[in-house]
Ligand binder design. Structure first.
Ligand SMILES: NC(=O)N[C@@H](CC(=O)O)C(=O)O
Length: 445
């Protein structure tokens, strides 16, 4: 494999330095001179983060390759700075066997743009009844550690209890889509409140999420097992998780960029691009989610990248599919709503978008500090670069992009996965410019 020099990157909490990558590993960090046989990424003024890790994406293959494939989803992931993504099990067929998980793994490896980690279903066919082949999936080549019926809640407490007991035996985790189906059924498509009343849309009350999370943290305590809360969307859920963590219960949680930035008011025009599950919530919830991510109550940002073909999404609001794209814009949204206002620094971004999700998902080779001997998974970010989102330019096969037309400050410039450049917005051709903090580069990170 060819060698790569990442020149002059701003490392977290350290001086700017060059990184020499050989055979997929960071060999040297410092001031490095190389010959002309080495590919160079000019990272002057760019922040180098450990490669981003996304615990929650929908890649739609097998079954809905018209909406996304593992290849197009991997390209979108690389463009978003991701070096690992966890592919949810709600494909067709469902990832509920060892063979299905291995197939997703192999398709991801064949693309080679990012690590594609299969998530196994908790129950057969996501039907909520019988447990899927959890042990076989764990012992397969795919070594599945994260299990989820995402898109559906594991609503039967007895099934959830057994699943938690089972995955404990091999250090797995259940990622729960918390939605009590009796409190928020299939027609529920809008946060239950003033807006749903005014628009005449069926409400999806926060209590449908909070009551399941409260039950699940108690089941995690009872079983001594590990539960992860997918796409937290309300202030009440934050309170439950904060309490559970204070009791020492083994619970982790993720929040999406859209729940950190968009509110239920956007539904006023009935644009189905804003229809997502769980729904967009009011400002008070958004503020609580931002604060919870900053103080560590919520561990990670996960996109819930949910591509949909036009024929599924472009309908009257109640009939449209749930979900929105997220992979290519996540870092820019986090930069805009958390870094610019001072709620997170870049070390904090590395925590919530790389090291914490890697730890939760059991990926030892991801989320590591960029030091000698670490695998070369690197995301280069320009904190000041403006990015205007154009849905037509997406690498995703789908166009349900809620950020179309928005301009963000802060963008991924290049991604290195296993020592190979998988995305480059021009880092190889950038002109040199001075570091913004010349005396102590990295001090503001
Ligand atoms: N998050 C979404 O809005 N959609 C998800 C599944 C789901 O959680 O409904 C999808 O697969 O499209």
């Amino acid at each position: 494999m060819s060698r790569l020099l990442i020149r002059g990157a701003r490392l977290l909490g350290a001086e700017a330095a060059d990184l020499l990558v050989d055979d997929g590993v960071i060999r040297e960090v410092g001031s490095i001179r190389v010959g002309s046989d080495v590919e160079v990424l000019d990272a002057d003024g760019l922040v180098a983060l450990p490669g981003l890790v996304d615990l929650h994406v929908h890649l739609r293959e097998p079954g809905r390759e018209d909406a996304e494939t593992i290849a197009t989803g991997s390209a979108a992931a690389a463009a978003g700075g991701y070096t690992a993504v966890f592919a949810m099990a709600n494909t067709s067929p469902v990832t509920d066997t060892a063979e299905a998980a291995e197939r997703v793994l192999d398709l991801g490896r064949a693309c080679g743009l990012t690590e594609v980690v299969p998530v196994g279903a908790v129950t057969k066919g996501l039907e909520g009844g019988e447990l899927a082949e959890l042990g076989l999936m764990a012992r397969s080549r795919a070594a599945v550690r994260v299990f989820s019926d995402d898109g559906h809640c594991v609503h039967d407490a007895r099934v959830m209890r057994r699943a938690l007991e089972y995955v404990k035996t091999f250090g797995g985790v259940i990622s729960q889509h918390a939605q009590d189906p009796r409190l928020a059924g299939p027609d529920a498509c809008c946060h239950e409140g003033e807006v749903s009343g005014r628009l005449g849309l069926t409400g999806w009350p926060g209590i449908a999420e909070e009551s399941i999370v409260a039950r699940d943290v108690m089941l995690a305590r009872h079983t001594g097992s590990r539960v992860h809360v997918a796409h937290v969307s309300t202030a009440g859920t934050v309170e439950v998780i904060r309490w559970a963590k204070a009791q020492g219960i083994d619970v982790t949680a993720e929040v999406t960029p859209h729940h950190l930035a968009l509110t239920t008011d956007l539904l006023a025009g009935y644009d189905p691009v804003y229809k997502v599950n769980p729904p967009l919530r009011p400002t008070e919830d958004v503020e609580a989610l931002r604060a919870a991510l900053a103080d560590g109550t919520i561990d990670a940002v996960a996109t819930d990248h949910a591509p949909h073909a036009r024929q599924d999404k472009e309908h009257a609001f109640p009939d449209a599919a749930f979900g929105m794209l997220g992979l290519e814009t996540a870092l820019s949204v986090v930069s805009e709503v958390l870094v610019q206002p001072g709620l997170l620094d870049w070390a904090g971004v590395a925590r919530v978008m790389s090291s914490a999700p890697a730890r939760i998902g059991g990926l030892a080779a991801q989320g590591r500090p960029l030091s000698e001997g670490s695998p070369a998974h690197v995301t280069l970010v320009d904190p000041d670069r403006e990015l205007t989102v154009d849905a037509a330019e997406s690498r995703s096969r789908s166009r349900n992009n809620p950020w179309h037309g928005r301009t963000f400050r802060g963008a991924v410039v290049a991604t290195v996965y296993g020592g190979r450049v998988t995305f480059d917005r021009g880092a190889t051709s950038r002109t040199h410019r001075p570091l913004t903090t010349a005396s102590t580069p990295g001090a503001d990170l």
